[in-house]
Design a protein around this ligand. Sequence first.
Ligand code: HDE
Length: 747
Amino acid sequence: MDASKPVKKIKDAVEKAVTPGDRIPGSPGSGTPSLAEPTTPIEPLPPKSEQDAPETVTPTGAETGAPKVSKSQQGAYLTTSQGARLRDTDHSLKAGTRGPTLLQDHHFREKISHFDHERIPERVVHARGAGAHGTFTAYGTASEITKAGFLAKGKETQVFVRFSTVLGSRGSADTVRDTRGFATKFYTDEGTFDLIGNNIPVFFIQDAIKFPDIIHAGKWHPDREIPQAQSAHDTFWDFVSLHTEAQHHTIWNMSDRGIPRSYRHMEGFGVHTFRLINEAGETVLAKFHWKPKLGVHSLDWEEAQLAGGVDPDFHRRDLYDSIEAGAFPEWELGLQVFPDTEDETFAGIDLLDPTKIVPEELAPVQPVGKLVLNGVPTNFHAEVEQVAFVLGHLPPGIDVTNDPLLQGRLFSYLDTQLTRLGGPNHSQIPINRPHAPVNDMLRDGFHQHAVHGGVAPYRPNSLDGGNPSTTDTGFLDIPVRVAESTKVRENPVSFDDHFSQVRLFWRSMSPVEKEHIIRAYTFELAKCYEQAIKERQVQCLANIDPVLCEQVATGLGLPVPKPTVPFDDAEVEASPVLSQVGGEWPADGRLIGIVVDPAAGLDGVEEVRTAIFAAGMVPLVIAPHGGVVDGVTVQRTFATARSIEFDAILLAGAPAPAPDALPARDAKAGTPSSPAVDPRVTLLVEEAWRHAKAIGAWGAGVTVLEQTGIAGTPGVVAADAGATALTELQALLAKHRVWQRFPATVA
Ligand code: HDE
């Protein structure tokens, strides 16, 4: 990261965010006259055709360039959709001031009717999401194995990425326990490449035909449409306990991977094995991985639940705030590469089985390029809602394998857009337009935007000069031999192993991560009503690990069953790279809350803020009330600050209870008490401590540590000066959490 620029941008963004009035002409202190409406007419909008002209590429042409800039709301005069200027848009046309509205009011009808149709169907899965623009730059390291041009050394390609949860509706909370989608559209010169992955490297099912089953089980119950965005209910556990190939994906969901800290802190996986081909016609098999620059980090479960209520947009906000602040999210794209052997296995692992990983210790992930997200959407609907990822969008050099899950997805993604985006011309929507020249012979249909010339959209033709023609440099379906076989509805025998890699995952976890997994299973199953379902899942756990099974069964008050699938310990090794604990990572964009006490003054606070900005992080000052205190702008008040927002807390004072604080109670006496520190500050600190966050204090702030009883515990820093407290806090943040604070009852 460029050392100076992002810091300044972060600072600017924070300053802007705290005084939004400054950005609104006419608001107090903005320096502009107070106006209800703009009075200086600016140039009227250009004709609609020009407003809509694709500045990137035409549906049939090759003009690439800067992304289209919307001109909405910039012209002086309000018009109808047809460009007729309007005198009034606030009153409908009526038969007298007290009379009924007239059907004749065409402006009213256009306005209301368009509004009535503003929504489109949400995605059948992955409905809730957020998207961003960025650039992918290739290292050139993949050029020997694939001829895909966007992977050639130094090549820069524009991308659009959409992150999502799977189960919830569009308005559901970001921080639920779920798989996350990580879909990337590369606008390559050779045609669009959509890499549609998840943050979990395996899937619930091995065959696409079962997708409706797992999704019907995971989504809400059909009678009452509850629960929303949850796997903690009977139908989900009914399915995964009966359908044991789902157990691998399920343990990833129950681990901390199911509740990411942010989209910036997630890995991404293409899941399936793909086949790559180089210029010489040689092929390899490969799996795609995204590795985040900031490491893989998660929320604490209680923190995730609180965030669901306090800030349901937690992940969206983090993505957009970090981009606007200049702390651009970054990932490296990497490949695991395997020889293209006839049996399509590697180290005994069937590469066509999407419920299996290949441990990175056996096949290291080789970096092939870098993704930087540096642009927020201009319009959520136009871009994030209308982006259509389609698995068959492949450039020359990348092809599919016979993975039966992948094969089914090749149908579903194109098909679903017909309903969602209303017809077959969704590739002409600006966000979906390829940046490569398009010269197809697809014609007509709903929402056709192109005015195609010519008379012969067919081949062969002589009337349009025989154009367009095909070329040997085009997309190549790699001529893989398909074994002579009989039509069957069966899986290969190798797909029958449903437990060895679940055991591998469990054994790769650190004690604290195992503890979290135990708690997650216990929580989710305790939310089920059917005893038989709980027992069946506990039986599955017996086939994964005796300690896991025993602890969950105890938590549920159930007997501990014996395994029914034999353990072959020799085959099961750990993959340490799967653990999130250990290692140190950049803390870019982390949020540090600074609690101040205006009554005692803000000594040292400004210096600490400057040092936090300089470290690429974001300080947010928390005070009893808003405004400016001792020259320092307050960003959060005790009423608006909740622990979930902050990665660490610094206490610069010990503020006494403010008048608007809820009365605290002396728990033993049951009577109101008069605490020395505002109870909202105490709650903030207690929650941050419980969620294993770093906490520092200096000066009077140290007394808060004492009063909450956390002084001297791991990850709690009492210092003489703010600078010292911050330095120690930074060292703790690099490890993400103060892991020692979580109880570790399993080895
Ligand atoms: Fe998807 N999936 N999926 N999926 N999927 C969709 O396509 C489907 C699967 C993934 O941000 C849908 O445009 C089937 C695996 C992401 O717009 C739909 C099967 C993986 C997104 C669909 C799978 C994914 C989707 C719904 C089993 C990880 C969000 C809306 C064969 C590798 C894309 C849409 C976005 C979305 C079908 C399994 C990832 C219905 C049939 C495995 C990230 O087409």
